[in-house]
Design a binder for this molecule. Sequence first.
Ligand code: URA
Length: 436
Amino acid sequence: MLPQEIIRRKRNKETLSEAEIREFIAGIGNHTVDDTQVAAMTMAIFLNGLDRRETIDLTLAMRDSGEVMHWADFDKPIVDKHSSGGVGDKVSLMLAPLLAACDVYVPMIAGRGLGHTGGTVDKLEAIPGYNTQADNTMFRCTVKEVGCAIIGQTGNLAPADKKIYAIRDVCGTVESIPLITASILSKKLAAGLEYLVMDLKCGNGAFMQNFADAKTLAQSIIEVANGAGTRTGAIITDMNQVLGTTAGNAVEVNEALEYLQNKNINPRLDAVTKALCAELLVACGHCADKDAAARLIDTVLTSGKALEKFAQMVAALGGPTDFVEHSSRYLPQAAHTKPIYAEKSGYVSAMDARAVGLSIIELGGGRSIPTQKLDLATGYTNFAQIGDYVDASAPLALVHYQDEAQFARAQKYLLEAIKISDTPVEKNNPIILTLA
Ligand code: URA
């Protein structure tokens, strides 16, 4: 069938057959479907949805658009986590080495920034030489030797998702449950995982802004993934504020590094990272229960074993062999840093995390067109958390920027995005619900 006819059927709220879905996705690979048609189809799906069967068919067609990896010759569980996307979410950078240090394998296929959210691949590209496009041989060797490897989608792994993802990013078709399900799972199923945990972000900085939508997306992902043979659970976590104290690219790599070095551990980031690690260690049978998992995670973190795994992964994937020791020599630095102060002193009571994400795009740290080259040095550090007291000496954040026009825009965003209360505000637990 002609691609425009398939689009037309979805536009008219009809149910697509498996053959139509497969034909459309195959057309992306063999260039009989072009970018304008992909954009139109994602908008039709965004507006009219897909039922569960169509979502499964789309996921599997996208998975099969490239190579599907197998790990039969690996003797430990093959595990991974994926986040539905947030602001300041650098969990993968810590979780992968932590789990490798616990002695399970983590072959992680991560994404670039999407919409207002940051992407792990963009963050890792702040490390000079780090090859986020490693081929499958390099990827496998790194997982075998180190225990973990985080790379982006190479041309060969779910290439249809790579194309659709880049188009959704700039066409306003991100926040769709079937599209997010198929996007995440096509990559994860192509990576041949045995166990997956989803970090389902919920709040104003997430694609799912309310609990009901986050739960529906979690259930969609759990059902589709388990049906395809990858045992999957999900934790719904709070995304109503920046996760951790940094947001950007290089600045987030630095926060992850400091976490693994046992300095500057942000309690919310720590809770989310450890909960996801524990979930996987129990699901794959490596630990008997969550307490045993928590003890193991603490041991590999405090002993420095997880930091060692991070250093080994960076070196194996082409980054500097002394990155951990001399990260400040390697990570790009913005021309200027300056604090932004609140207009009155008081307690941070609310934050529009999406606006913070958009301000990072304005700083050049995220994309407004698919081919945009990012400025990996810009972003925020020392980001205040809900419940923190801010005043003339305690800023809302420190901006890393290149010119004064950028600073002025960032300041405007943050002053509008962050609310201040005269009375103390309680800090919340970022873990909302665990679903298996
Ligand atoms: N992460 C993905 O990989 N895809 C989405 O659509 C959203 C988050």
